[in-house]
Design a protein around this ligand. Structure first.
Ligand code: 0A1
Ligand code: ZN
Length: 877
């Protein structure tokens, strides 16, 4: 479909008012408490009637008010009653409904009518492939009915749903089912009651023609829980992995955090149209199909891990998020940072600690570090926002997890568990704050977090410089830290940074034990003696702190660490550092031939050791073989030239491919012998297989294309098939076209695999990737209405630096066109495309000007949503 827009039309639109800024310091409790909420839904895809009955009483902890303010968004009240009698003196204040109320307890009734089929934002109640479902976090409930739609108003919900049985045989809501029945007109009804008070953002309803994979779980105190995963009919065979993941999550949360599930049922529903990954609604998690459906033919090993991790994440929210929720949205990281840490720990236990840690750090550095150094930087507990949807960020989630992980590193696992136990005990049933969590950690784990609180209030990734002086057997480390200025925060204070280090004796290849240095001043010195020769420094082992490190170290020392470090992350880091140094120098120009050869030699030595080290498991080998991404490399430079980086990175890949052609071919052959299974060794083999192919194809595209085509044809699983197609997509050979056609034909019925087909082409190294994206936007399978499809084409493209940063600015224009076209349909998803353009300050001046130009073009659209308005104005600001 055509997404080009007509800017003149946009100019003719009325001038919007600037969306207001909401501030953390303005928090006040709500004047009313709502002990009970009853909702009756008369369901239809085009018309749903919602009748609410809210029991309200003055909140003793708040200033009394003569009016009840109920939030709304795009809805009108058909009727308002107080204590059973219709009233007419209600008023509207913008989108909100104001009901005058005398002091004391009342029952307020409201009727609204909504059209789920017209809801393209996918917030509130919407239709997805004939079914009805809801998404209420953060502020979607107010699109269903008028309500105090804020996380600190907790209520118990009883929900009745009535609808045609033929369309909606399955009717689900939160909690336990308490009733059902048939009506004579062909409709049926179900009643659900959730005994646990919850905020409105955790409400959910699903009505549709669905089938379920069912199982059960006995909790640690012996309660039976019925588990069900609801999907469309044909998808049932792809739900087993999700079910196994759910059961493992339930067991793990009991064992590791002592958390037991608290309802008789736990339901999961998969929907195709979803803005995010999944949602933790109490007892009724709603998932993007991408994070439920998986089998070997259609999902990669990475997809399997994604399902396991997201199932765990949503399940863990039952305690960190639902039993204890957030006082206000500024506290979002209270539930998200903590829950991400919990899901990361779970996945480390399931998949292996080292590799999972490397993957998590790669995400943090690839997404959160750039955010933290750009115009959208914010602390993990922000102070203000215009649209909360814009704050579901890598900073809140991933940096939030790192901050809590540091607490755990500082106090150790046992004390950490005491801290979390105290937090859960103390705040169960409450809407809490980050400060409550920190205090519970201080009291329970015995930490003093006075200075550590800066991690919650200061944005920006600290830069740590470590230099070593060696004299007379003594190694002294000077550690210097600085936190860069970020929007609205010019001056920063030093923060406590727990750095795990080890000093290696280069003669023996060993060290005498890991040390934890707590660096909490701008500059500090630590001395260690008894070294016969200058030791080699391994620092930030396990990525103990989310900082960037600059260390004085020789290439040969990095080669030594890449081969010998007993900390898997540090070993990976040594290899990355070696490559980063070389590619940053090479892409900023002026690298002599000798310097280039010396650097390549060092990289080659380390790479050769990695591909031939028989003591290394393949899963780790695959990690060590990966070159740093262009985005990460660009992040290392004040102002980057993405095409220079791309070119140098490709040159290095090709050089490695040629130099190690024989070894890589042998490696590819060896791992190709292994049978498919989901066991670790087999997964590791698949990772290495595609890595080896990547280098072989770089070194010799013609023969690489043949190997890739063979890998594609021989594949009995999606990991191998997608890996081969990914390599082919970047090549100009005939096999590229053949296999792309074959892939689409084979999987035409599977939306998630068709998403992969779009993404592979949009993220390819092919010189014409941009032309391909334009053509794909016209493909019959493309639509702006489905967020997965939009992301598969355009997010993949925006994350493909060599295509997005095309010299003439065409990539920027394409993304700006998309934002302008998507904003009126789905503002939340549209706003997520602004940040790639917002990186302009860190890109060389010619491109930077073109990026800015596109941001200005978007800003000129007078009808911009709050979401996109906020992101664009921050990016230009
Ligand atoms: N709380 C969810 C994330 C989420 C947030 C907003 C949504 O609205 C579209 C959906 C999901 C989580 O952390 O998984
Ligand atoms: Zn979450």
């Amino acid at each position: 479909m055509d997404i080009a827009t007509n800017p003149e039309m946009a100019d003719a639109a009325p001038t919007p008012h600037e969306p207001p800024v909401i501030r953390r310091e303005d928090y006040t409790p709500f004047a009313w408490a709502l002990p009970e909420t009853r909702l009756a839904f008369d369901l239809g895809v085009e018309k749903t009637r919602v009748t609410s009955s809210l029991s309200v009483e003055p909140n003793p902890a708040a200033e009394p008010s003569p009016v009840l303010r109920l939030n709304g968004d795009g809805i009108t009240a058909a009727q308002v009653t107080v204590d059973g009698a219709e009233i007419s003196d209600w008023t509207m204040d913008g989108p909100d409904l104001l009901v005058p109320l005398s002091a004391g307890a009342h029952v307020v009734g409201i009727v609204t009518e909504i059209d789920p089929s017209a809801n393209s934002q996918l917030m509130g109640l919407y239709a997805s492939g004939g079914m009805l479902c809801t998404q209420c976090e953060a502020e979607g409930f107010r699109r269903i009915t008028f309500f105090p739609d804020r996380p600190d108003v907790l209520s118990t919900y009883t929900v009745t749903m009535t609808g045609p049985k033929s369309l909606f045989p399955v009717l689900l809501s939160n909690g336990n089912q308490t009733g059902e029945g048939q009506n004579e007109d062909g409709t049926h009804w179900a009643e659900w009651h959730d005994p646990w008070p919850k905020p409105s953002y955790l409400f959910a309803l699903v009505a549709g023609d669905l089938v379920a994979n069912t199982d059960s779980f006995t909790t640690m105190s012996g309660r039976e829980v019925d588990l069900a995963i609801y999907v469309r009919d044909g998808d049932l065979p792809r739900t087993d992995h999700a079910m196994r993941s759910l059961i493992k999550s339930m067991e793990w949360d009991e064992q590791v955090f002592g958390r037991e599930y608290d309802l008789d049922v736990f339901n999961i529903v998969a929907v195709s149209d979803f803005n995010m990954g999944a949602m933790e609604n109490k007892g009724l998690n709603v998932f993007n199909t991408k994070y439920v459906l998986a089998d070997a033919d259609t999902a990669t090993d990475g997809d399997f891990d994604g399902v396991e991790g997201v199932i765990a994440h949503e399940y863990f929210h039952n305690w960190s998020g639902n039993r204890i929720t957030c006082q206000d949205w500024f506290q979002l990281s209270l539930k998200e940072g903590f829950t991400v840490l919990r899901d990361q720990m779970f996945s480390q236990d399931m998949q292996g600690e080292a590799v999972k840690r490397i993957e998590d750090v790669r995400i943090l550095r690839g997404v959160q570090f750039p955010e933290d150094s750009g115009p959208l930087a914010h602390p993990i507990r922000p102070d203000s926002f215009r649209e909360i949807s814009n704050f579901y960020t890598a900073t809140i989630y991933n940096k939030g997890a790192e901050v809590i992980r540091m607490m755990r590193t500082m106090c150790g696992p046992e004390a950490f568990r005491k801290g979390t136990d105290l937090y859960f005990d103390r705040h169960d049933g409450e809407a809490a704050t980050c400060e409550d969590f920190i205090t519970a950690m201080e009291d329970g784990a015995g930490l003093d977090l006075t200075q550590f609180r800066l991690w919650y209030s200061q944005a920006g990734t600290p830069k740590v410089t470590v230099t070593m002086n060696y004299t007379d057997g003594e190694a002294s480390l000077t550690v210097h830290q600085s936190v860069p200025a970020t929007p609205g925060q010019a001056i920063k204070k030093p923060m406590p940074i727990p750095l795990k280090i080890a000093l290696f004796d280069p003669a023996t290849g060993t060290h005498r034990g890991e040390e934890l240095l707590l660096c909490n001043q701008a500059e500090q010195r630590f001395t260690f003696d008894g070294f016969a020769q200058k030791p080699v420094l391994s620092v930030n082992r396990g990525f103990s702190a989310p900082v960037t490190i600059a260390r004085e170290i020789e290439d040969h020392e990095l080669v030594f660490l890449a081969a010998n470090d007993d900390d898997a992350f540090a070993r990976y880091e040594a290899m990355q550092d070696l490559v980063v140094r070389h590619l940053t120098a090479a892409s900023s120009g002026g690298l002599s031939d000798e310097a280039r050869d010396a650097a390549r030699d060092a990289i080659g030595t380390a790479f050769g050791a990695i591909i031939t080290d028989s003591a290394l498991d393949d899963s780790m080998r695959g990690e060590l073989m990966m070159l740093p991404s262009i985005t990460y490399l660009a992040e290392q430079q004040e102002v980057a030239d993405p095409s220079a980086i791309h070119q140098q990175r490709e040159d290095l890949k090709a050089w490695l491919g040629v130099r190690f052609a024989t070894e890589l071919a042998a490696l590819h052959d060896r791992v190709s012998q292994l049978e498919f299974s989901l066991e670790k060794a087999s997964r590791g083999a698949r990772k290495v297989k595609t890595q080896a192919l990547v280098y072989l194809a770089s070194g010799d595209p013609e023969s690489g294309s043949k190997v890739a085509a063979r890998q594609y044809d021989a594949a009995d699983n999606m990991t191998d098939r997608q890996g081969a197609l990914m390599v082919l997509a970047g090549l100009g050979t005939a096999a590229r076209t053949d296999k792309l056609i074959d892939f689409h034909r084979r999987y035409a019925d599977n939306e998630l695999v068709v998403d992969k087909w779009f993404a592979l082409q949009a993220s390819s190294l092919h010189p014409k990737a941009i032309e391909h994206v334009k053509a794909l936007a016209e493909h019959k399978d493309f639509t702006l209405r489905n967020p997965n499809r939009v992301r598969s084409l355009y997010m993949a493209f925006a994350a493909n630096p060599h295509a997005f940063h095309a010299e003439d600015g065409e990539g920027y224009r394409l993304i700006a066109d998309l934002i302008i076209a998507l904003d009126p349909i789905n503002p939340q998803t549209a706003a997520r495309f602004v940040s790639p353009l917002g990186r302009w300050r860190r890109i060389e001046p010619k491109r930077a000007a073109l990026m800015r130009e596109q941001l200005e073009r978007i800003a000129a659209v007078k009808t911009l949503s709050r979401d996109t308005f906020e992101q664009v104005s921050r990016s230009l600001g």
